[in-house]
Design a protein around this ligand. Structure first.
Ligand code: NDP
Ligand code: GDP
Length: 344
């Protein structure tokens, strides 16, 4: 039986990856950080919280000694580092915490691997946010980086350290440059889930106006469940490498709002421009969406669209779920939660 460590087990990707590895008959150590109320709702929703081969262990990515002990105690063949302060918006308010967790954190694990067992295969969760102010369209493994947030800068440092440890010490250190990926398990502060949760509340009778920031930003949104399969494949290759995972399609935030309202049979009519823009129900005239500039960011990533040809050729990986399907399944999940009053 193979053993894997997943940091960030309480997050969206950690939950899906744990489920995938358990299905592949791995023993999984899910590392979570101590808090007064740890949120295990995602692994509970996937029905794996009590799986006999899933072991939850306390761990903090910012602690080198904890990283060494984690590897000594669990003796994994594979480590998937998914832990991060992962929200771009917060990174502008907490740049130093973001640097410590998201930037330096992964180096603790890389050092721990060097010290404990250099044979351990390492996956680093890198991000399309590193492309920031994009230097080419679409973006692939050769596109120059230009991060636009403390989060993007921190991730870029961790990415290059991963590459550096691969080249300097021969570690099997892979970096996955993943474009945005969403699901019903996405944190509610991210724009897609903020939208689908609000749409579900409206459909179940709670009339509120959804306030958003920049509606013109374009993202390449895929389905998280498919992206964790790509992470797994990156650690099964002969040589460690860097791979982009993306759908190759880009849409605006406004498009995603429209799709989500369509999923509950509301056709939106847009009025006004930029910070004055609002979306009304075409049939009733009711106000559904309003722009609030407090959700704008100091610097924006305007356009992301990925080219995942390398992953398709070398990993036989491809995104399959369309944005329409993804949006529908997120709305449906939020509707079910609203009906059972269990929204997270
Ligand atoms: P989430 O925000 O859902 O999960 C992040 C996880 O990191 C949580 O489990 C969180 O724990 C944990 N964490 C934060 N700080 C620490 C710490 N100091 N020590 C240990 N654990 C910590 O992110 P996702 O699952 O969406 O993403 C997984 C990874 O992939 C992240 O690194 C993210 O930056 C990256 N990524 C995500 C993309 C996406 O679209 N989802 C795109 C590209 C990259 P807690 O519950 O305690 O907060
Ligand atoms: P990101 O790509 O990692 O920053 O993922 P987010 O889901 O947080 O944001 C995606 C895009 O949506 C960004 O360009 C945001 O500026 C934009 N956006 C517009 N309104 C909102 C909002 O209310 N919340 C969030 N999180 N993002 C918003």
């Amino acid at each position: 039986m193979k053993t894997a460590v997943i940091t960030g087990i309480t997050g969206q990707d950690g939950a899906y990856l744990a489920q995938l590895l358990l299905e592949k008959d791995y023993r999984v150590y899910g590392a979570y950080r101590r808090s007064s109320s740890v949120a295990f709702w995602r692994i509970a929703e996937l029905g794996i919280a009590d799986h006999p081969h899933l072991h939850l262990v306390e761990y903090d990515l910012t602690d080198l000694s904890a990283s060494i002990r984690l590897l000594q105690n669990t003796r994994p063949q594979e480590v998937y580092n998914l832990a991060a302060q992962s929200f771009v918006g917060v990174s502008f308010d907490q740049p130093l915490t973001t640097a410590e967790i998201t930037g330096l954190g992964p180096v603790h694990l890389l050092e721990a691997i060097r010290i404990v067992n250099p044979e351990i295969r390492f996956y680093q969760a890198s991000t399309s946010e590193m492309f920031g102010k994009v230097q080419a369209i679409p973006q692939n493994e050769f596109t120059p980086f230009y991060p636009r947030s403390p989060y993007g800068v921190a991730k870029l440092y961790a990415h290059w350290m991963t590459v550096n440890y691969r080249e300097s010490y021969g570690l099997f250190a892979a970096s996955g440059i993943l474009f945005n990926h969403e699901s019903p398990l996405r944190g509610s502060e991210f724009v897609t889930r903020k939208i689908t949760a609000a749409v579900a509340r409206r459909a179940t009778g709670q009339v509120e106006v959804l306030e958003l920031g920049n509606l013109d930003a374009r993202r390449d949104w895929g389905y998280a469940r498919e992206y964790v399969e790509g992470m797994y494949r990156m650690l099964q290759t002969d040589q460690p490498d860097t791979f982009v995972l993306a759908t190759g399609r880009t849409e605006t935030v406004r498009d995603f709002v429209r799709l989500a309202f369509q999923a509950i049979d509301i056709d939106l009519e847009w009025q006004g421009v930029a910070e004055q823009e609002e979306g009304r129900d075409r049939r009733t005239g009711q106000l559904c969406v309003r722009v609030n500039s407090c959700f704008y960011r100091p610097a924006e990533v305007d356009l992301l669209i990925g080219d995942a040809s390398k992953a398709r050729h070398e990993l036989d990986w491809q995104a399959r779920t369309t944005l329409e399907q993804l949006c529908q399944l997120m709305v449906d999940a939020d509707l079910r939660r609203c009906q059972h009053s269990g929204q997270h």
